[in-house]
Design a protein around this ligand. Structure first.
Ligand code: HEM
Length: 412
């Protein structure tokens, strides 16, 4: 809470008290388990895409595509088809009645009973889409670039970058898998799946924010997604920014596939693990809280701890968000992360880790934060192995609109 909300407040984005109250309410909505009701659907049309401010569902797939469309017209067709499939699938895949002379809509793989299951499909473009192929370079989002390797990265080209990222999330894996099949099948003339990673979120153990593979509650501090003004300052690109006009309502997405070295981690005493993250393992409370029943809703506070005696200066949360005036502008992102298990790796060892995903108005915010984290104690226990930088396009407004229409319209 303090992380996102107070950093925003420190940057004069929202009144601190209001931020705290809203963030507390939001905790319940965003970081804890989303509804498991299969009949529930997330609206598809709107100013922003779903799957960003939407409370994270339990199952996800990140699909990276190489676009193969031969020219800009084919690229437009691709975005139109993708839009049509996403609109169809997210409302539950119930086919519309066949019109005169029109073949019946192909049924969703699960048949007429296909549930919406909170399915979201979120489309983002990579820097490579703006190369010479389609003449889009003048409209590239100002900060979009190909992810470079940070010093502790060991990026595998087989799971890195891509022209297009499609994030598919739902309450159950079958819904995600069937949506993926449908999208890949229906768009095969315009793009080819380059890589994919499946991810999930755990149930709360025992309550509250879900834990990651390292056993810590993960996703406690985050902006308040129900607070439109905070989202407009932290996540959504605003009109009038030094950005191409079409990007307004979109957001930069950073995806990092981070392998965890869990054998090494599990050998570390819990007190030391807590100093590495800067929070208590059982409760998720900040380190100044010694009561084992202390709440994770207590804000981390460093004003009385300039030397880092309680909360080490190089722990994860203090480097991510040092709460200093110098770092106020680069300390707030919206994290929407998952866990993965792709064991075994090539050496026959477990390959488990964090599918780190975040959204922010400026990609440079993420890059500044990650650069600070190069000095964190956690680096010994993790290796980023893939992912990429993307720009999640603005929402599809209505049935006439399509993904990235503003990017493609009116180009000479
Ligand atoms: C394996 C990788 C990672 C793990 C296991 C991890 C885990 C955690 C945990 C347990 C917390 C404390 C609880 C919470 O507030 O959610 C946390 C906080 C946070 N993490 Fe990570 N994280 C990872 C990677 C990253 C990366 C790559 C970034 C961004 C570059 C990041 C940014 C943050 C931020 C901004 C906070 C909140 C800081 C605050 O305001 O207190 N994390 N993370």
């Amino acid at each position: 809470m303090l992380g996102g909300a107070a950093a925003a407040a420190a940057a004069n984005l929202v009144p601190a008290g209001a931020a705290h109250a809203q963030a507390t309410a939001y905790q319940d909505g965003y970081n804890k388990l989303a509804t498991e009701d299969s009949r529930h659907s997330i609206p598809f049309y709107g100013q922003h895409q779903a799957g960003i401010a939407t409370p994270p569902q339990t199952a996800a797939a990140f699909l990276s595509f190489d676009v193969t469309a031969g020219n800009r017209r084919e690229l437009t067709d691709l975005f139109r088809t993708l839009t049509e499939r996403a609109a169809f699938l997210t409302k539950g895949g119930t086919p519309p009645p066949p019109g005169p002379g029109k073949p019946p809509e192909q049924r969703h793989l699960l048949g007429p009973t296909a549930p919406p299951d909170d399915l979201t499909v979120t489309v983002a473009v990579g820097a490579s889409l703006f190369d010479g192929r389609y003449g889009l370079a003048p409209r590239k989002p100002a900060q979009l670039k190909t992810m470079r390797a940070f010093s502790h990265d060991d990026l595998d080209p087989k799971i890195t970058h891509g022209d297009l990222l499609v994030q598919v999330c739902a309450n159950h894996r079958d819904t995600v898998g069937n949506a993926m099949l449908d999208i890949v099948r229906q768009t095969s003339s315009g793009m080819r799946l380059r890589w994919r990673t499946d991810a999930f979120r755990f149930p709360p153990r025992p309550v509250g924010v879900p834990r990651d593979w390292m056993g810590f509650k993960d996703g406690v501090s985050n902006p308040d997604t129900t607070n439109a003004s905070q989202m407009n300052q932290v996540v959504w690109v605003q009109p009038g920014r030094p950005e191409p006009a079409w990007t307004a309502g979109g957001t930069y997405q950073a995806l990092r596939i981070i392998q965890m070295h869990l054998d090494t981690w599990d050998a570390v005493p819990v007190e030391q693990q807590e100093r590495i993250f800067g929070r208590r393992k059982i409760s998720g409370a900040p380190l100044y809280a010694t009561d084992p029943n202390a709440s994770d809703e207590l804000d981390p506070i460093y004003t009385n701890d300039p030397q880092g005696r309680l909360t080490p200066l190089n722990c994860h949360i203090r480097l991510a968000n040092p709460q200093t005036p110098q770092t106020a502008a680069t300390s707030t992102i919206l994290r929407r992360s998952f866990q993965y298990d792709q064991s075994p790796d090539a050496g026959g060892n477990p390959n488990m880790g964090h599918t780190f995903c975040c959204f922010q108005q400026q990609l440079n915010t993420y890059i500044a934060m990650q650069t600070r984290l190069e000095k964190e104690m956690l680096t010994r226990f993790i290796t980023p192995i893939g992912g990429g930088y993307f720009f999640a396009v603005p929402g599809v407004r209505d049935a006439q609109d399509y993904y990235a229409s503003g990017l493609l319209r009116g180009l000479s």
